[in-house]
Design a protein around this ligand. Structure first.
Ligand code: ATP
Length: 238
C-alpha cells in the first residue's frame, strides 16, 4: 500500500484558553474519500482549518505528501497541493464568477492552464458558465457551493478539503454536489469531507471518523459506520 497522503498525528488546537481538539489523529490515503462526521461544535471545521494552516496547532503534527506542514503559512500549503472549500462558501461577492475562479488559481503562473481549468470547471458545473459574468454574491446557495468547489479545484490540489458542502441546500442540489464529489474522486482526487449530513457523507466516503467534542471516538470503513446501530441512532436520526 502506498504512503498516506495526509497524516494528522495527535493534533491539539483551540481558541484562547479553550482546547477544542484533543490528540486527534487521522489519515487520508491517495485516492480516498474520508469523512469526519460529528455534531455541531465537535471541532470538524477547526480540524480542517488546522490542516490548511489557518488555525494554529498547539501540539501534534500534520504531514502532507511526506512533508511536515509545521510553520508553513496557509498560502504556501495551497502551493503544496491542499485546497479548501470553506464552510459558508466564502465567495468573493463583488467579483464575478470567472474572477472567483481566477482567484482560486492565485498560486499558479500558467495562464493557459488556468484558462483550460476554467473550461473544465464550466463543464463540471454548466450553470457557472452561464453565470460567469455575474457577481458571485448574486448566485443561489447551491451555485455558490459549486463555485466554492470549482474555485478550490483551480489550485490543482492533490487533496480537496470540503467543509459542509451540503449545508443549507435543497435535497436535489445536495445530490448534484455529491455526484460531483464522486466523479472527482473517480478521476483520482483525494477528498477529506466534513459533513453534518452523515448519511450522504458515509454513502460517498470510503472511510469515516466520528468526532465528539474534539476527540475521535470511532473510525471504520464508511459502510460499516453506516450500519452501526450507535451511529445510526446518534447521527442518522434513527
Ligand atoms: P459546526 O458544524 O457548527 O461548524 P464544527 O464541528 O465544525 O461545528 P468547530 O466550528 O470546529 O466545530 O467548533 C469547535 C468549537 O470551537 C466550538 O465550541 C466553537 O464554538 C469553538 N470555536 C470555533 N471557532 C472559534 C473561534 N474563532 N473562536 C473561539 N471559539 C471558536
Amino acid at each position: 500500500m502506498s504512503a498516506p497522503l495526509l497524516v494528522v498525528d495527535n493534533l491539539e488546537a483551540g481558541y484562547g484558553p479553550i482546547n477544542v481538539l484533543h490528540r486527534l489523529s487521522l489519515t487520508v490515503n491517495p485516492g480516498e474519500i474520508v469523512t469526519i462526521i460529528g455534531a455541531n461544535g465537535a471541532g470538524k471545521t477547526t480540524t480542517l482549518m488546522c490542516i490548511s494552516g489557518v488555525v494554529k496547532t498547539r501540539a501534534g503534527g500534520i504531514t502532507f505528501d511526506g512533508k511536515s506542514l509545521a510553520g508553513i503559512p496557509a498560502h504556501n500549503i495551497v502551493r503544496l497541493g491542499l485546497a479548501q472549500s470553506p464552510e459558508g462558501r466564502k465567495i468573493f461577492a463583488r467579483l464575478t464568477v470567472r474572477e472567483n475562479l481566477e482567484m482560486g488559481a492565485f498560486t499558479r503562473s500558467d495562464p493557459e492552464g488556468v484558462r483550460e481549468d476554467i473550461q473544465k470547471a464550466y463543464k463540471m458545473f454548466p450553470i457557472l458558465e452561464k453565470r460567469q459574468a455575474q457577481a458571485g454574491g448574486l448566485l443561489s446557495g447551491g451555485e455558490q457551493q459549486m463555485l466554492a468547489i470549482a474555485r478550490a479545484l483551480m489550485a490543482r490540489p492533490k487533496l480537496l478539503l470540503l467543509d459542509e458542502p451540503s449545508l443549507g441546500l435543497a435535497p436535489q442540489i445536495v445530490v448534484q454536489i455529491f455526484d460531483v464529489i464522486r466523479e472527482l474522486n473517480k478521476q483520482g482526487m483525494s477528498v477529506l469531507l466534513v459533513e453534518q449530513n452523515a448519511r450522504m457523507a458515509l454513502k460517498v466516503a470510503h472511510r469515516g471518523y466520528v468526532l465528539e467534542t474534539g476527540r475521535i471516538t470511532c473510525t471504520d470503513r464508511a459502510d460499516v459506520l453506516l450500519h452501526d446501530p450507535r451511529i445510526r441512532e446518534a447521527y442518522l436520526g434513527e
